[in-house]
Design a protein around this ligand. Structure first.
Ligand SMILES: Nc1ncnc2c1ncn2[C@@H]1O[C@H](COP(=O)(O)OP(=O)(O)OP(=O)(O)O)[C@@H](O)[C@H]1O
Ligand SMILES: [Mg+2]
Length: 235
């Protein structure tokens, strides 16, 4: 479990997160939803030690992550798929996966086979440049690249961004399967609240850097006020 307590992050005068506390239970999907600028990306960047918090603690199964180097956080089993996916377009699928394995904990050959089983669309495209993949395939590659390091926790930043609804659904079902079949712990950051809430176990709503709600996903999904005020979704 990741236990975040009193976390604050500022960029100069901008206070992106203010005294944020939440739990990420092991083996579950925790959705983090909220509008533009709510602080969702900052939360993931703080977990990965890509930004230095002004205060607070991020405890991962008894280990304090605040103050650790990013590589060290990865070595502790936290994988991060950034906003915009972060695959290298000029590299092939295989080369992107090899890069992902650099910081990993597992063996490359076995890891590659596992990823190609999980994402069969990538197997037939292993020599194709990532820049020529569809949006959905690129997202799958980004996830495979993080998973090849055998993390126990996966941080996903807006995996549905720019994807057609049917592809988004595919990606969400894949995330659900990773959690159910492999026991992966997932932090799923999404502006697309409804898609995330359909597969998540728990949901945290961030609004202007503070936690506006933290409950079971189905409770958040059913709460019209929350949807209206913080999520901008009518359905
Ligand atoms: N590098 C930065 N320098 C200055 N301000 C930043 C920086 N990164 C983010 N911010 C500010 O911090 C706040 C939170 O940003 P963040 O990117 O975490 O939000 P978000 O919820 O991920 O938004 P989006 O849905 O648009 O991705 C915003 O006000 C943003 O403008
Ligand atoms: Mg963001």
């Amino acid at each position: 479990m990741i236990r975040i307590s009193g976390l604050s992050v500022s960029y100069g005068a901008v206070r992106a997160l203010r005294d944020v506390s939440l739990d990420v239970p092991t083996g579950q999907i925790t959705a983090v939803i909220g509008a533009n600028g709510a602080g969702k990306t900052t939360l993931l960047r703080a977990i990965s030690s890509l930004v230095r918090p002004a205060g607070g603690s991020i405890d991962f199964d008894g280990t304090e992550l605040v103050g650790m180097r990013t590589e060290e956080v990865a070595r502790h089993g936290i994988g991060h798929v950034p906003e915009g996916r972060g695959v290298i377009e000029e590299f092939t699928v295989l080369e992107n996966l090899r890069l992902g394995a650099l910081h990993g904990r597992g063996k490359l050959a076995a890891g590659l086979e596992t990823q190609f089983e999980l994402f069969p669309a990538l197997a037939s495209r292993r020599k194709q440049h990532a820049g020529t993949l569809s949006g959905g395939e690129r997202q799958m590659l980004a996830m495979a690249r993080a998973l090849i390091g055998e993390p126990s926790v996966l941080l996903l930043d807006e995996p549905s961004l720019g994807l057609a609804p049917i592809v988004t659904r595919d990606v969400m079902m894949t995330i659900r399967a990773l959690c159910v079949d492999r026991g992966l712990t997932v932090v799923l950051v999404e502006q697309n609240a409804m898609s995330a809430l359909q597969v998540a176990d728990r949901a945290v709503v961030l609004h202007l850097g503070v936690v506006a709600a933290d409950d079971r996903a189905e409770v958040v999904r059913a709460d019209e006020n929350l949807r209206h005020y913080y999520l901008g979704t009518a359905s």
